[in-house]
Ligand binder design. Structure first.
Ligand SMILES: Cc1ncc(COP(=O)(O)O)c(C=O)c1O
Length: 409
C-alpha cells in the first residue's frame, strides 16, 4: 500500500514575503499576543475535564514517504467534543460573560462560579449565536450550556444531521439556513442585530474582531502543548495546518513564531482545492472572497472568505499555501485508521488530516517537496484537528466505525 501514498494533484504557492525570516511584528502583535494566549491557557486548563491532547509519532508513515519524522497532534479527545474547536468558541463565550459581569458590576467572575449558576440573573439574559459547519457551533453550544446563557446556532444547507444533533445535544436551538457557510455567517449577523444577541464567530470581518481574537487565543493552547512536547526533540522544521477561514492556522503559526522569532519553523497552510480562499488570497496578495460552489468533503474547511484577523499573520509568516483534492482527504483518513508499518491507528475526521495529506501529496509530487525543503532531514508537525465528528460519515469513508479503529490502537 505504501508505494502509491499521496498521489494527488497539489497546487503550491510559495509566499516570498514569509520566506525571508522576519520577526513577529506590531501588526501581528495587535491581533494575537503571548500575554493573552497565556491567560487563555491558564483559564482553559482550569476547566473540569481539561487534559492535554497527545502528540503522536508516526515513524512508519514518515519512512514510507521519505520524511525524517512526523508528529501528529491528535485533537480528537479535546474536552469530549472531538475537535480542537472546543478551545475557541467556549472560551469566547466565557470571556464575553465575564466581561458582561464586570460591565454590570457583578464581576469579577470565575468559570466555576458561572458554571455553578452564581450569576444566572445576568447570564440567562444573554443569547449567543453563530454560524457553523459543525465544530465551532458545538463548542459555542457547550460553552453556553456550561456557563449558563442561551444559544442559537445557524447551520447551512449541507451540514449533516449528525452534526446538527451533536450541537442540539448541548441545548442550543439549531436553525438550518439555505445556502453555504458564508451565507449562514451573514444570516447569524443579521439575526443577532435584530434580536440583541451576541455573535460568537470563529471568523472576523471589518468591525467585528474582539470575539474572534478570544477564539484564536483559545486555539493557541494546542500549539502551546505541541511546542512543550517538542522540548526534548527540538522544534519541528515544518508545520502544516489545514485552513478554513484561517483562524486556527494563524493561531498555531503565531504561537510558534513568537517563540522562535526569525528561526520559526517553515509554515504551510493546506486547503481543499474547492474552497481555497487562503491560497487565492496569497496569490493575489490580499484577501479575496470566493464565489460559487465551495462544498468539499472537508466540511470544516468549506469556507470562501478569509478571516480578517488571520490574514496579516498568515501572509506575514506562512511560506506555503497549498491545495489538495477531496480524494487526498479521504485517503489520509484511511491511512491514519490503518496505521503504516506499526504506527498507532488514529481516528481522523474529514478535515483532520488535510495538512498531512498536503505533505504526502508534496512528497509524491517531488517538485513541491523540493520547493518546501521536505525530505529525510525534516521534522514535520501536523494537527489532527478532529476525530469522528460525524460518526456515520466516518464509518462510510473508512469502512469501519471509529470505535473499531480505536479498539485496534
Ligand atoms: C476540524 C477542523 N479543522 C480545521 C478547521 C479550520 O479552522 P479555521 O476555519 O479557523 O481555518 C475547522 C474549522 O471549522 C475544523 O472544523
Amino acid at each position: 500500500m505504501t508505494k502509491a501514498l499521496g498521489r494527488h494533484p497539489i497546487h503550491l504557492y510559495r509566499n516570498a514575503l514569509a520566506a525571508d525570516a522576519r520577526s513577529y511584528g506590531p501588526e501581528q502583535r495587535a491581533i494575537l499576543n503571548p500575554q493573552e494566549a497565556e491567560a487563555a491557557r491558564r483559564e482553559i486548563e482550569s476547566w473540569p475535564g481539561f487534559a492535554p491532547t497527545p502528540l503522536v509519532s508516526l515513524p512508519g508513515l514518515a519512512a514510507a514517504v521519505g520524511i525524517g519524522s512526523i508528529a501528529y497532534k491528535d485533537e480528537g479527545a479535546r474536552f469530549g467534543l472531538r475537535s480542537f474547536k472546543a478551545l475557541g468558541g467556549a472560551y469566547a463565550v466565557y470571556r464575553l460573560l465575564a466581561r458582561e459581569a464586570e460591565r454590570t458590576g457583578a464581576g469579577p467572575v470565575t468559570a466555576a462560579g458561572l458554571a455553578a449558576g452564581k450569576h444566572r440573573a445576568l447570564t440567562s439574559g444573554v443569547t449567543v449565536c453563530c454560524a457553523t459547519d459543525g465544530n465551532h457551533g458545538r463548542s459555542v453550544a457547550w460553552g453556553a450550556q456550561t456557563f449558563g446563557c442561551d444559544c442559537t446556532i445557524f447551520i447551512h444547507e449541507t451540514v449533516s444531521s449528525q452534526r446538527e444533533a451533536a450541537i442540539a445535544a448541548y441545548g442550543a436551538r439549531v436553525v438550518r439556513h439555505p445556502g453555504n457557510y458564508d451565507q449562514a455567517v451573514h444570516r447569524a449577523a443579521e439575526e443577532a442585530a435584530a434580536n440583541g444577541w451576541v455573535v460568537v464567530s470563529d471568523t472576523s470581518y471589518e468591525g467585528y474582531t474582539d470575539i474572534p481574537r478570544d477564539v484564536m487565543h483559545g486555539y493557541t493552547v494546542m500549539a502551546d502543548e505541541a511546542l512543550r512536547a517538542h522540548a526534548q526533540t527540538g522544534p519541528p522544521t515544518h508545520i502544516f495546518m489545514q485552513g478554513g477561514v484561517g483562524g486556527a492556522a494563524a493561531a498555531v503559526l503565531a504561537r510558534f513564531w513568537w517563540e522562535y522569532d526569525t528561526q520559526c519553523p517553515r509554515f504551510g497552510v493546506v486547503e481543499p482545492d474547492k474552497a481555497a480562499c487562503l491560497y487565492e488570497s496569497a496569490r493575489a496578495g490580499h484577501r479575496v472572497a470566493l464565489t460559487g460552489d465551495i462544498e468539499t468533503v472537508m466540511a470544516g474547511l468549506s469556507c470562501g472568505e478569509t478571516s480578517l484577523l488571520a490574514w496579516p499573520i498568515l501572509y506575514g509568516g506562512a511560506e506555503f499555501f497549498a491545495t489538495i483534492p477531496d480524494a487526498a482527504a479521504l485517503e489520509i483518513m484511511r491511512i491514519l485508521a490503518e496505521g503504516v508499518d506499526g504506527d498507532p491507528p488514529l481516528v481522523a475526521g474529514e478535515s483532520a488530516g488535510t495538512g498531512l495529506a498536503g505533505v504526502l501529496a508534496a512528497m509524491a509530487d517531488g517538485n513541491a517537496a523540493q520547493q518546501m525543503g521536505l525530505g529525510t532531514d525534516s521534522r514535520v508537525l501536523v494537527f489532527g484537528t478532529e476525530a469522528d465528528t460525524d460518526p456515520e460519515l466516518y464509518e462510510k469513508i473508512v469502512g469501519r466505525p471509529a470505535e473499531a479503529v480505536r479498539r485496534t490502537a
